[in-house]
Ligand binder design. Structure first.
Ligand code: GLU
Length: 309
């Protein structure tokens, strides 16, 4: 197949085909504030190594990172505490359970399957919070700002809405504490987790984050190394096996790239050595993944011959 050039014309074409998929889903509503997002929004950004970002659609629109911030928490925890220590508390295997499932932990009382499920991310947050207490959120916000070169803050409304409706995450965290899988004050750890999920970003910011991982840990904005190459490999490796919850297998087949989705409708994708991609479209499938976002990545992967496997 002939590779196309990455330009706005190509992204416009992909947007026109992909956004139609939104009709088959709807924005997440278990966090009431997210349910207010207009489902027809769509944005797609590509940040190629050493080149200008190319993008289309509602690229000025802010959305919250939700689970995509789990890549930040994992990278930060591995950098600060070492991989061996982190993986004592959380596994590195995919799971066929939904992202907020309690079932396996209750059945086995063993550590969460991977750091991209809620239980695993809450365990990573607990490690960070034990070390950095009230400054934990600021540190993670600062980390994202260093990557993107901009500080878009966090969305207090979405954060408060999640906090009010977080019965399930609360159940998960208290259960983990009761069997010794979580240490520290559950409410403070969850407050930190909700803030992380509420970091504001654009599709362009996600593309920069992807470019940082694609380069093995160098900020695409400042050129500074922010994380070790080995840390980037760990995060990208887990993105390729666990990044789209129990839809990770389908994503690997259709898109063939490491990715991480969030219930606000964002998907981060990494083309190792080549580029970072951010896509946003809030209508989700039953597993919590953006329908139009997945379609756009599938088309982009085909047209630019990006598949890694
Ligand atoms: N804040 C969301 C939750 O914990 C994140 C889930 C997601 O994006 O998958 O339910």
């Amino acid at each position: 197949m002939q590779d196309c050039a990455l330009d706005k014309g190509l992204l416009d074409e992909i947007m026109d085909v992909a956004r139609v998929m939104s009709a088959d889903g709807k924005p997440a509503d278990y966090i009431p504030e997210l349910a207010l997002t207009p489902p027809e929004l769509f944005a797609l950004s590509c940040a190629p190594a050493g080149g200008e970002t190319v993008e289309t659609g509602d690229t000025e629109r802010f959305f919250t990172m939700q689970s995509i911030s789990k890549t930040l928490a994992l990278a930060f925890a591995v950098e600060h505490f070492g991989a061996a220590n982190v993986f004592r508390h959380v596994g590195m295997e995919p799971s066929a359970d939904s992202f907020n499932s309690l079932m396996r932990i209750e059945m086995t009382s063993s550590k969460p399957s991977n750091p991209f499920m809620n239980a695993g991310a809450i365990a990573a947050c607990s490690l960070i919070h034990t070390a950095y207490r009230e400054s934990s959120a600021e540190r993670l916000f600062g980390f994202f700002t260093e990557i993107t070169g901009r500080d878009d803050g966090f969305d207090e409304k979405v954060c408060a809405s999640e906090k009010r409706s977080a019965d399930r995450n609360r159940a998960l965290a208290y259960f983990m504490k009761s069997v010794g899988l979580l240490h520290g004050d559950v409410e403070s750890i969850l407050d930190f987790y909700f803030k992380l999920c509420s970091i504001r970003c654009t599709s362009g910011g996600l593309a920069q984050l992807g470019a940082m991982f694609a380069s093995g840990g160098v900020s695409p904005v400042s050129g500074r190394r922010l994380i070790k190459r080995e840390t980037a490999h760990i995060v990208v490796g887990l993105m390729s096996t666990c990044g789209l919850y129990n839809g990770s297998g389908e994503f690997a087949v259709r898109v063939g790239l490491p990715g991480k989705s969030g219930v606000s409708g964002g998907i981060l994708a990494v083309v190792p050595g080549r580029m970072g991609i951010g896509v946003f479209s809030p209508a989700l499938d039953a597993k919590g993944n953006s329908l139009a976002g997945m379609k756009a990545l599938e088309l982009l992967s085909d047209r630019l011959n990006l598949r890694g496997f």
